[in-house]
Write a protein that binds this ligand. Structure first.
Ligand code: GDP
Ligand code: MG
Length: 441
């Protein structure tokens, strides 16, 4: 399997220190296979892998990860970037109703989505209405009415018994009805065919022209795989759309369609549908999709662990430095950043045993003060951070100006640092912190 192959690449490369061209090529070959197996379209795979190689070549060498892990990390970041770089919310019209038109092949999940969208909009305080503009299939109007009932929203439908109505006319009247009865969003369900066909496109384009949608969402079944590109291009050229919804993500599709469609049409993915139920629907999460497309969840969590372990290693090194008395402001800044990455300091300390008894003190921790401390240290030169004794009066003034604080703030920080260092050295001696026994370099 892919995972096995990757694990072997990972172990092959483990221990090497540099990101060589061979490392990059070997890993990229695996990435390419992973993307193809996820049904990403071939031209998209080619372009994407090329981009990855460029970035990997320029990448800084990480101390925490081996080369293969580094490349996978880069791939994951790029994927998240491409999938979500322009993630956006629904754009609502200044003058309601906001018109959202759904377009896509038959069976892609438009009618189901109409209900989900309506429920979601309602939960956000909107008053949506659905418009039944699929007059192609005999039961389509009825299906939307059932969906509307479940979602608890009104459905605008042609009067029954008038023969096959005109979907463009229904759409136009639905907008007028929504406006006059003050519904603020109208979701327009349209017809689809099993394959791309001219008549369908023309009808969808006519509906579009009649209602002038604020959002035209292309609804795509994630299970279609390689076909996604052709279908998306046909709808882009025939109707045009400015957003994508992926459906049936509860199936076993790896979701390569997401990347293909994003790359080929340039339009963002707004929502993801993952089931038949009304609530099986969410705004699109690029990170989840990236991990799914790569199919390397295990590798990705390994990478996270490796980075975390590296940071812990750093912390140990810092403790050792402390006990030896050569802890610098640079170390201090690093430690502070590492800890703060985990969240607000009070929350972290709050997790310690006995923290309940120190609620008041925790409440007093001032994150802004910590920001200020970081800013001051960043305003120092590396030499000053390494040897704070050299920070004389004129240097203090320069640092204060550069960091946007007063000289007294800088004075306080430097004084406190020396106090703390004295105390730490004493404590380290007392408690036998690392530094002496059994520790390799
Ligand atoms: P339309 O022809 O585009 O309107 O598609 P429908 O909304 O009628 O959906 C076609 C079929 O797919 C129906 O059986 C739906 O229940 C099903 N369906 C729609 N969305 C999803 C989804 O996200 N997951 C799953 N498993 N089924 C879905
Ligand atoms: Mg339908």
């Amino acid at each position: 399997t892919l995972s096995d192959r990757l694990t072997s690449v990972l172990s092959d490369l483990r221990g090497k220190g540099r990101l060589s061209e061979t490392d990059i090529d070997t890993t990229c070959r695996e990435i390419r296979i992973a993307l193809l197996e996820a049904d990403v379209a071939l031209p998209v795979v080619r372009a994407f892998v090329k981009q990855i190689k460029e970035r990997a070549k320029g990448a800084e060498v990480s101390e925490a990860l081996n080369p293969a892990q580094q490349v996978v990390k880069i791939v994951n970041e790029e994927l998240v970037g491409v999938l979500g770089g322009e993630t956006r919310r629904v754009r609502f019209a200044k003058n309601p109703p906001t018109v959202i038109m759904l377009a896509g092949l038959q069976g892609s999940g438009k009618t189901t989505l109409a209900g989900k969208l309506a429920r979601w909009l309602k939960n956000q305080g909107h008053t949506p209405m659905l418009a039944a503009c699929d007059l192609q299939r005999p039961n389509a109007v009825n299906q939307l009415q059932i969906v509307g009932q479940r979602a608890g929203v009104e459905v605008f439908a042609p009067e029954p018994g008038n023969g096959v109505g005109d979907p463009v006319d229904v759409a136009r009247r639905a907008v007028a009805d929504a406006r006059s009865r003050q519904y603020d969003v109208l979701v327009v369900d349209t017809a689809g065919r099993l394959g791309v066909d001219e008549e369908l496109m023309r009808q969808a384009a006519d509906i579009r022209d009649a209602v002038n949608p604020d959002e035209t969402l292309f609804v795509l079944d994630a299970m279609v795989g390689q076909d996604a590109v052709n279908t998306a291009e046909a709808f882009r050229d025939g109707v045009g759309f400015n957003g994508v919804v992926l459906t049936k993500l509860d199936g076993d599709a790896r979701g390569g369609a997401a990347l293909s469609v994003r790359e080929v049409t340039g339009q963002p993915i707004l929502f993801a549908s993952n089931g038949e139920g009304l609530d099986e629907f969410d705004v699109f999460h690029p990170d989840r999709m990236a991990s799914r497309i790569l199919g390397m969840g295990d590798v990705l969590s390994l990478i996270e662990q490796a980075e975390q372990a590296f940071e812990e290693g750093q912390a140990e090194k810092a403790a050792q430095k402390m006990s030896e008395g050569d802890f610098t402001l640079e170390d201090f800044l690093e430690q502070m950043q590492a800890v703060r990455k985990m969240g607000p300091i009070a929350n972290i300390l709050g997790m310690l045993p006995g923290a309940a008894n120190m609620k008041d003190q925790l409440g007093q921790i001032d994150e802004k003060h910590l920001d200020r401390v970081q800013a001051i240290i960043r305003g120092m030169t590396p030499a000053e951070r390494a040897d704070p004794k050299m920070i004389n009066g004129s240097r203090r003034l320069r640092i204060a100006n550069g960091s946007g604080v007063g000289v007294s703030d800088v004075n306080q920080l430097v004084d406190r640092f020396f106090d703390a260092k004295k105390m730490m050295t004493k404590m380290a001696g007392q408690f036998g912190l690392p530094g002496s026994a059994g520790r390799g370099a």
